[in-house]
Design a protein around this ligand. Structure first.
Ligand code: GTP
Ligand code: MG
Length: 425
């Protein structure tokens, strides 16, 4: 639906804390073993759908959101504290896009659904973690990994709680113009409304969004009239107001035919809770109203006139109760992905983590690969031990052999991500 609210924001996850390169100090022991603890992971920037919100107004003023850094590791094997996540709340129906590429990252449709917009950096390992049988006193620790940062675009597709649907010209737009802030076009010819009109309806302390849908006719599910495009919109609403025009010939027939259309389109649509409203009661005679009440006694419609206002108050209170009753029972959209708040594990999150490619460059070689680049950025190159460890990792994953195959010799430069190394055979 056209009603869109937008905001661009910058998100920066917390950097991981550096690991500690510390050695045990004990009385009467000249030099104890390594006891440097790990740095804490940086916090994530998380975006969460919250049905208590209706707009993205919160993001209009503040543009930068930053999660906490992980603390540094300390001696005595003390790990640094993990950085806290920052959780940004948005209304369900918010699309999250990469601001640079316009790529859709996620469509948050359900209350409680979350998305990590920027991943926190890994904490660096302390020197304790690098002890091996041959390397008993590592004098180096890993640096913390920088947290991700990017610009994202939030786009709100307003999801109406209620859709007013019915045949053309039954008075749908006239009703929404009476009960909400919407100002739709109204006319006495069919298909006046071409795209849904959205309006906010306020009854006492409750407000909700209502959509006035273009008229539906028989065959709509196959694209007849304005067709199935709008049935898709209706599918996103929680509740339907099915409107019948008392000046038409056979209301029961209208009612059944439109419900058949819904059923032919989808079961989800057919199963939506409906409230019936019979319109234009000012334009008929009391006998017909009485007769219609009799025929529809089981379905208990509201009888209204959007022209005189008769029956509108009662209709609105019923609508409010109807919305309140169903607010939590039905999801905001028809897509209901599983919602889980999983703990982010950066290492495990990298697909094909150990894959790499070697390239020859103008002044040396380049290795491209997620995990190896992560290790490189976390390496303090001023420490000889750390340098040797990177070479060890290259050997382990087969990159060292590959570099030799490409012709690498002692002293050649190897670029891995943002870091440069000297190669040793
Ligand atoms: N007498 C009377 N006329 C009404 C009432 N409600 C709507 N109308 C008239 O019915 C005609 C159609 O009204 P709309 O509100 O445009 O109908 P709609 O259902 O939105 O029509 P489409 O958008 O074409 O599907 C207009 O001429 C309205 O003035 C009512 O309560 N009483
Ligand atoms: Mg209309």
């Amino acid at each position: 639906m056209k009603f869109c609210d937008e905001a661009n924001i910058f998100v920066k996850a917390g950097d991981g804390g550096n690991g500690s390169a510390s050695f045990r100090r004990e009385k009467f022991v000249a030099k104890g073993g390594p006891d440097g603890g790990d740095g804490g992971h940086g916090g994530n920037v998380v975006i969460e759908a919250d049905e208590n919100l209706n707009t993205l107004a919160n993001f209009l003023g503040k543009k930068h959101y930053k999660a906490e850094k992980g603390d540094q590791g300390l001696g005595k094997d003390m790990s640094g504290k993990h950085g806290e996540d920052v959780v940004l709340k948005v209304p369900p129906g918010t699309l999250i896009l990469d601001a640079e590429t316009d790529e859709l990252l996620i469509d948050l449709t359900t209350h409680g659904q979350t998305f990590i917009a920027a991943k926190g950096g890994l904490g660096g390992k302390g020197n304790t973690g690098f002890t091996t049988s041959v390397r008993q006193a590592p004098d180096f620790a890993e640096l913390g990994e920088p947290g991700e940062e990017r610009e994202i675009k939030l786009e709100l597709k307003l999801i109406a709680a209620v859709a007013i649907m019915g045949y053309p010209s039954v008075g749908k737009s006239t009703l929404i113009s009476r009960i909400s802030n919407a100002k739709p076009k109204i006319a006495d010819y069919p298909f006046t409304t071409l795209v849904p009109n959205l309006g906010v309806v306020k009854v006492d302390d409750t407000d909700f969004v209502v959509a006035d849908i273009p008229g539906l006719i028989e065959g709509a599910h196959k694209g007849k009239g304005l067709g199935d495009e709008f049935l898709k919109h209706i599918e996103r609403c929680k509740l339907l107001v099915h409107m019948l025009d008392i000046t038409r010939d056979d209301l029961m027939d209208d009612y059944k035919k439109l419900n058949d259309e819904l059923r032919l389109y989808s079961k989800t649509l057919a199963d939506k809770p409906q409230m019936l409203a019979v319109s234009k009661i000012d334009a008929t005679i009391p006998e017909i109203i009485k007769d219609t009440k009799g025929k529809f006694s089981k379905l208990k419609p509201s009888f209204i006139s959007s022209v005189t206002g008769e029956g509108l108050d009662e209709f609105l209170y019923r609508l409010k109760d109807f919305v309140k009753k169903h607010r939590r029972s039905v999801g905001a959209g028809h897509v209901r992905p599983k919602t889980e708040r999983k703990v982010f594990k950066p290492h495990l999150d990298i697909p094909d983590a150990r894959k790499f490619d070697v390239e020859k460059t103008d002044d040396g070689f380049k290795i491209v690969g997620k995990r190896i680049e992560q290790i490189a950025i976390m390496t303090d190159m001023s420490k000889r031990g750390a340098h040797i460890r990177v070479l060890d990792v290259l050997k382990k994953i087969g990159a060292h052999k590959e570099l030799i195959r490409f012709g690498a010799k002692d002293g050649d430069k190897v670029q891995i991500g943002v870091r440069q190394f000297e190669f040793f055979v």
